[in-house]
Design a protein around this ligand. Structure first.
Ligand SMILES: *[C@@H]1O[C@H](CO)[C@@H](O)[C@H](O)[C@H]1NC(C)=O
Ligand SMILES: *[C@@H]1O[C@H](CO)[C@@H](O)[C@H](O)[C@H]1NC(C)=O
Length: 399
């Protein structure tokens, strides 16, 4: 039988006493040291502030240490016979609710009532709420549309079953006209003039709002869907573990990238050969880990990341396609193109016509120019953000 090994040899009684006293005094000293500096905290430590510019450290500290600090203070106050609350501490009242793990700002609510996520489910004004929905759609499809493309959108929407919630973002201010379509009554219409898909997505598709949906389709309006079946598409995406995907594009319509061209006879592909010199690494865009932004499909988790990467002022989303890979790991396995369900990119320059003629240039020229400019700005921001991070962490950036 193995004998339990003791961690130390037995000490003489006087030695034991000395050890005990030292430990005890140490604990007491530590305790008083702790409460003498109740404000010594995370926010006072020299964290590189440039690294967490948008995080309010004081807030985090309050949120997570408030209760324990209060408990400590109460102990200290009762020792001193002093029941007054310290002005330095938030005044918690034992009879009031304070739940630090609740979402920010909702700490006063009992967790059982907090609804931190939502959906686009349409409900009735009567009857029992629990009987409002005959089906809870698990997928979300959004189209950014102008009424001129109604035929195309009508055809596209009909490809999505009752398992899909449909949201239309209207950039031309025309919404009631769509009521000629039977499905329009079941559709959520959001109207804001002359805005882009990414502008709407940032404002109306917050990850907590779209949380019930397994997959989120962010589609343009000029896609031909004769060869596309949404349920089959989702089956393939699940089967191949694609977190970010798009249907293959008809290769007969001059596409820009080799990656997104549809291939015959296979279900899915995740990489490609590009023109010589276009890819520095076979695992990186545009040879892998890459889809375009015209017909992108995100998993719930991928969207939670991508939403945060969308910049509020860079509305065209140019450059996002090259950065999507930063949201999934390993990107060259989780980003891909579904060949078996494919679409035709009709290339209608719809939003372009929503621009403004300036200095003798056509409206679409100004829009195109801004697209390019945004691409550069986005790349610069990403590069800088990474540089700042690696510097603050004293890490070497990967190649
Ligand atoms: C704490 O709650 C009790 C009971 O509601 C109230 O009488 C007391 O004034 C409160 N104290 C503070 C500091 O808010
Ligand atoms: C909707 O989803 C359910 C559950 O996944 C499935 O059984 C059903 O076939 C789907 N409806 C259509 C029209 O595909």
């Amino acid at each position: 039988m193995p004998v339990p090994i003791r961690s130390g040899t037995p000490k003489k009684p006087s030695e034991m006493m000395r050890l005990f006293m030292t430990t005890f005094i140490g604990i007491i000293f530590g305790f008083f040291l702790g409460i003498s500096f109740p404000t010594l905290s995370l926010s006072k430590m020299n964290l590189p502030s440039s690294l967490f510019p948008s995080i309010d450290l004081t807030y985090i500290e309050d949120k997570y240490s408030g209760l324990s600090k209060q408990a400590l203070f109460n102990a200290w106050a009762s020792l001193k016979g002093n029941k007054e609350a310290s002005p330095l501490l938030p005044r918690y009242n034992k009879t009031e609710i304070w739940v630090p793990t609740n979402p920010r700002g909702a700490e006063r609510l009992p967790p059982g009532i907090v609804a931190s996520e939502s959906d686009f489910y349409l409900r009735r004004l009567w009857g029992l709420p629990s009987e409002d929905l005959t089906i809870e759609p698990r997928y979300l499809v959004t189209f950014t549309v102008g009424y001129d493309q109604k035929k195309n959108i009508d055809a596209a929407v009909k490809k999505f079953s009752e398992n899909f919630t449909i949201v239309l973002f209207h950039y031309d201010g025309r919404t009631t006209e769509w009521d000629e379509f039977e499905w329009s009554k079941r559709t959520v219409h959001i109207s804001a003039r002359k805005q882009t898909k990414w502008w709407y997505a940032k404002r109306f598709l917050h990850p907590d709002i779209v949380a019930p949906y397994d997959y989120i389709f962010l589609w343009d309006e000029d896609l031909g869907v004769e060869h596309f079946d949404a349920e089959k598409y989702i089956k393939l995406v699940r089967k191949h573990g694609l977190e970010i995907s798009q249907p293959g594009l008809d290769p007969d319509r001059g596409t820009t990238w080799a990656m997104t061209k549809r291939r015959d006879g296979i279900e899915v592909h995740k990489d490609t050969e590009e023109r010589p010199g276009w890819c520095t690494d076979p695992h990186l865009p545009p040879c892998a880990a890459f889809v375009e932004i015209m017909a992108t499909v995100f998993s719930r988790d991928a969207w939670r990341c991508v939403w945060h990467m969308i910049q509020n002022d860079l509305v065209h989303g140019w450059g996002l396609d090259f950065a999507l890979r930063k949201c999934v790991e390993p990107a060259h396995e989780k980003i891909g193109v579904v060949d078996a369900q494919w679409i035709i990119h009709q290339g209608v320059p719809s939003l372009g016509s929503q621009g403004q003629a300036q200095k003798g240039k056509a409206p679409w020229e100004g829009v195109r120019e801004r697209c390019r400019k945004e691409w550069t700005m986005f790349q610069d921001r990403m590069t800088n953000a990474e540089k700042v991070y690696y510097k603050a962490m004293e890490m070497d950036p990967p190649n």
